[in-house]
Design a protein around this ligand. Structure first.
Ligand SMILES: [Zn+2]
Length: 262
């Protein structure tokens, strides 16, 4: 992942937190509905393709979350996705800056992007959808930064993006330059001098938690965090023997995972 895209992701997060983007003008857009989503668009063929992709990511991310009974937009309202025809329409409607490819507005519970946004179906959409799911699941509780950005990136599907991220994570091991996990898990801001490291490492820790364990354990871990438990306690309780010493064991096993699998 390039520094540029790291900065973009960081800024997308800031936008989401601010939640103050102006209301989008939707009157000129058509609506295409499928499954859990309604796509506001000016291009039916694109909306059709994107709706299948949105449903695919929806099922995939929920499966990774492993939380029993958590199915947003299952009944009643669908989740709106606004796809503007041009970047300038998107910027004008949402107040997003030039570098932005897409954003999730928590206040209005909707996604916005534009037709030729870079890697929209494979990266931006699942990234923002993950932020939205975690926000909805945690309700009033803040989502830990490493978990929020780590999982959002883990759900991105572009092969080159993932290859670069894994290669970078592996390079951390040979130089022992990774952020100690007890520090990573307590960060509330992206470290300015280590943006790329923060994103790559967070995604890799989530990759280990999800893919190196039984799926339901991750759901239990998230539920623990939602109920106010520290990462240390939530790890011990939800994964039991695997991280019986909490974060110290997580670090040890995450390093083994990267060494073997990347
Ligand atoms: Zn993000």
């Amino acid at each position: 992942m390039s520094i540029k895209s790291s900065i973009r992701l960081m800024a997308v997060l800031l936008l989401m937190i601010a939640g103050s983007a102006p209301q989008a003008a939707s009157q000129d857009l058509e609506i295409f509905k499928r499954g859990h989503f309604e796509i506001y668009h000016n291009n039916r063929s694109m909306a059709n393709k994107l709706s299948w992709k949105a449903e695919y990511h929806y099922k995939r991310i929920l499966n990774h979350l492993g939380i029993k009974g958590f199915q947003p937009w299952e009944s009643g309202n669908k989740c709106p996705i606004y796809i503007y025809e041009t970047k300038s329409d998107y910027m004008q409607a949402t107040g997003a800056p030039e570098w932005s490819q897409g954003l999730a507005e928590f206040k209005n519970l909707k996604f916005s992007s534009y037709e030729n946004a870079d890697k929209l179906p494979e990266n931006t959409l699942p990234h923002e959808m993950t932020h939205m799911f975690l926000f909805l699941f945690m309700e009033k509780n803040p989502v830990p930064l490493w978990l929020n950005e780590g999982m959002a990136q883990f759900e991105e599907e572009d092969k080159k993006t993932n290859y670069r991220r894994k290669r970078f994570a592996k390079s951390l091991l040979s130089t022992s330059s990774f952020i100690p996990l007890d520090q990573l898990l307590s960060l509330t801001r992206v470290p300015e001098d280590n943006v790329e490291l923060f994103y790559a490492q967070s995604a890799s820790v989530v990759d280990h938690l999800i893919n190196d364990n039984l799926r339901a354990n991750y759901g239990r871990f998230l539920t623990g965090v939602k109920n106010g438990k520290s990462a240390e306690d939530a790890l011990k309780e939800s994964y039991q023997w695997k991280y019986k010493n909490g974060v110290a064991d997580l670090e040890k096993r995450w390093l083994e995972f990267v060494r073997k699998k990347y």
